[in-house]
Design a binder for this molecule. Structure first.
Ligand code: MN
Length: 304
């Protein structure tokens, strides 16, 4: 902030708050905070689905069969419950609350997310995607599991750092571009340090906060533009908030189904590979059936 004597400056723009979009994934309703109209990315974060809380029973859980990805990282974070990740690299990993699964798609990978059969109760979490930059988006696929993550005390609560650095705590999780991803568990109001060169999104998973006088609750998303070096979270009730941010992404992206690309041709090629089950995305050992993709709308429109 300017010291006394400088002319008054217009501060950073106030938070933009909008409703998440309701969608259905694997039979469950999700609150899709990103992408949103007019805001495809926040840093390299390009997708955010808050799922649950939903009951897991013997007959109903979150079972998402094998499906492909390219050009992105998937970031899985649970609040309650557990999931089993399997992918075409041969990874098999149970994830529990407080742990991070980070899968890098590069040129192509396939994975499935299954109920573990061990957990009956409630499932809640957030599935995030991070767009990969040109330098690595056609690179190798990879998978990381982080069983424990750095935490840092902040006024009013504790922050767990999934990706990047906050308050001196740094995650070792892979980041292809400058990013922050953190969970803030807050009992009372707090000021969170931000990097002024990042744009940020706030997604409330539980509870209620307010920023710039605007309420944020589950099902809404707040976006903060560049130029903020902190944000004051006015905690109305005990809250769990995801802070997602990063440097503005290098280029516009094209997202279709599970792919992040730059052109329709790239997506056409991925669609052909998944439809034909050639070797590009590999095979996932899963009891669940493969998820088929409808053709991209531009193929249907041209009668192909
Ligand atoms: Mn996926």
């Amino acid at each position: 902030m300017p010291d006394g004597g400088d002319p008054p400056l217009a501060g950073p723009a106030p938070i933009e708050v909008t409703d998440s979009h309701q969608a259905t994934v694997g039979g469950a309703t999700v609150r899709r905070a990103l992408p949103r109209r007019g805001r495809r990315t926040v840093g390299a974060w390009c997708f955010a689905d808050h799922f649950g809380p939903a009951a897991v029973t013997e007959n109903a859980g979150m079972d998402v069969g094998p499906h492909p990805h390219m050009g992105l990282h998937t970031v899985t974070w649970l609040v309650e419950g557990q999931l089993l990740h399997r992918d075409s690299l041969g990874s098999e990993q149970v994830i529990r609350p407080g742990q991070l699964n980070l899968m890098t798609a590069g040129a192509g990978i396939a994975h499935a997310e299954e109920a573990t059969g061990q957990h009956l109760g409630t499932l809640q979490g957030i599935q995030l995607w991070v767009a990969q930059p040109d330098a690595v988006r056609f690179g190798s696929a990879a998978f990381e599991h982080h069983g424990a993550l750095p935490q840092v005390e902040v006024d009013g609560g504790v922050a767990t750092v999934l990706i990047g650095e906050l308050g001196g705590a740094r995650s070792t999780a892979r980041a292809d571009t400058p990013l922050i991803g953190a969970e803030l568990l807050l009992r009372s109001s707090t000021t969170v340090p931000l990097q002024a060169g990042f744009e940020h999104a706030l997604v409330v998973l539980d509870g209620a906060v307010a920023v710039d006088g605007q309420p944020l609750v589950p099902g809404r998303v707040g976006v903060l533009g560049l130029g903020r070096d902190e944000v004051v979270l006015d905690v109305r009730e005990r809250a769990r908030v995801m802070l997602l941010g990063g440097e503005p992404f290098e280029s516009p992206i094209l997202m279709w189904w599970n792919y992040v690309a730059r052109s329709r041709e790239e997506i056409d090629a991925a669609h052909a590979s998944w439809s034909q089950q050639d070797d590009r995305f590999g095979r996932v050992r899963s009891r669940l059936p493969l998820i088929p993709a409808a053709p991209p709308f531009w193929q249907a429109a041209s009668g192909e």
